[in-house]
Write a protein that binds this ligand. Structure first.
Ligand code: UT7
Length: 401
């Protein structure tokens, strides 16, 4: 098996997804911009998308998807070594969304970071986790693709706002000596397409901080040159799928299912044509969720599993493309334990629930102690009693951490 010199393989053993309840239909969009249901359906295949409410965010959606994935994998948060969140809509520039989710889960032994590779981010993240597992340095990783694209839409730009939606998907990867799992990956970038698709933010060289830059891009709002991105996408899907298959030692005839980034149904049809494959070989749910960027592949994967389209021994291809420009393909030989062996036992289910609650309380009490500590030193820095109290708190903090 290519790249498996260590005899360690990385298998996907858990999966989960979360989408907001709020639905925005094409008809609803007619009241916002100059568009219509017929145009959107004909040019994109999208009928509706999910939109986060004010209590939902990239982290809350990612957290829900992660909980489900841990449930399916039947592992405890404390067993995770690494958490990667692929996102273009993080909660902050830093701290990372991954760190927030790490804390909420109570994954006390995991490293955590966000990954920025736009709509290819999930495949990039799964490959990063796979490499870490194969090297023997970690055993279990959680990879999440999570987005609240609705927050970075320019709701006056009909060329973009009709396309995107919110959601999250997650997988758990685990080391195994059983051959299979992630067999190959091809990650690519062409930064010359930097100005075709993006979200300008702090530090941007071509955006005036007074909201609009010389090139007309709005700060924190997504821009896209749709036609160019369309051409790029249809070209790279075919090329990179073939390359990933070749590295895995497989051919097009071996593929059981392709799970592509869900950007536009016409892109999927065109990729199927260029590869000479039936459109049914491609998982598509863009009709119901629109383009959820880094979340679209794990959401589509979850729904493909739910629909019984993924069986043990199947060879799947995941393929993403988007801002950067970036693109990525990956071949996965599906091989998780039989469902009855994966059923979460009530005992471990309860332990996971306890981990989430304890984690919430621990985070609150740590914050409270830090605030209290700060308050005490600011108000009475010179008082011996307070200084003694402060030393005690410091000692408590360092023991706890
Ligand atoms: O996830 C990242 C990757 N992103 C993608 O892969 C997106 C790739 N691009 C696309 O999917 C397509 O380019 C779009 C769906 C964005 C646009 O479709 P298109 O077929 O390329 O349309 P167009 O931009 O060439 O526009 C065709 C016509 C234009 O009118 P005229 O100039 O022919 O009179 C547009 O003004 O459609 C018009 N138009 C619209 N009409 C109604 C553009 N957007 C809309 C709209 N509603 N929302």
């Amino acid at each position: 098996m290519p790249g498996s010199g260590t005899g360690i393989y990385a298998h996907i053993v858990g999966w989960g997804m979360a989408v907001p309840e709020g639905v925005l239909t094409n008809k609803d969009l007619e009241a916002i911009v100059d568009t219509n249901d017929e145009w959107i359906r004909a040019r994109t295949g999208i009928r509706e998308r999910r939109i986060a409410n004010e209590r939902e965010s990239t982290a809350t959606l990612g957290y829900k998807a992660a909980q489900q994935a841990l449930e399916v994998a039947d592992i405890l948060p404390a067993e995770l070594d690494l958490i990667i969140v692929a996102t273009s809509t993080p909660e902050n520039i830093f701290p990372s969304t991954a760190s927030l989710i790490q804390d909420w889960l109570g994954a006390g032994r995991a490293g955590a970071f966000d990954l920025s590779a736009a709509c290819s981010g999930f495949v990039y993240g799964v490959n990063m986790a796979t490499q870490a597992i194969r090297s023997g340095s970690i055993q279990k990783a959680l990879v999440i693709g999570a987005e609240t694209m609705s927050r970075v839409m320019d709701w006056q730009d009909r060329g973009t706002c009709i396309l995107f939606g919110d959601g999250a998907g997650a997988v758990v990867l685990q080391a195994s000596d059983v051959e299979g799992g992630v067999l190959s990956a091809v990650l690519r970038s062409d930064g010359s397409g930097y100005d075709l698709l993006g979200i300008p933010t702090v530090g941007s060289q071509d955006v005036d901080m007074d909201k609009v830059g010389a090139n007309g891009h709005k700060m924190y709002k997504m821009f896209m040159v749709g036609g160019e991105v369309f051409k790029f996408a249809t070209r790279v899907i075919g090329e990179s799928v073939k390359e990933a298959l070749e590295i895995a030692g497989l051919g097009l005839e071996d593929i059981d299912l392709i799970v592509p980034h869900q950007a536009n149904d016409r892109i999927i049809k065109s990729a199927a044509r260029s590869l000479g494959l039936d459109k049914n070989m491609f998982m598509s749910n863009v009709e119901r969720y629109g383009n959820t960027s880094a979340a679209s592949i794990p959401i589509a994967l979850c729904e493909a599993i739910e629909q019984g389209r993924v069986q043990n021994g199947d060879d799947l291809v995941l393929v993403g493309f988007g801002g950067g420009l970036t693109w990525a393909s990956m071949v996965v030989r599906w091989g998780v334990p039989e469902p009855d062996l994966r059923q979460a036992t009530r005992f471990s289910k309860q332990r996971r629930q306890i981990s989430y609650s304890v984690s919430r309380w621990r985070a609150r009490s740590r914050r409270w102690r830090r605030q209290f500590n700060l308050h005490v030193t600011r108000i009475h820095p010179e008082r011996g009693r307070v200084i003694r109290l402060r030393r005690k708190i410091d000692q408590y903090d360092s023991e706890d951490l």
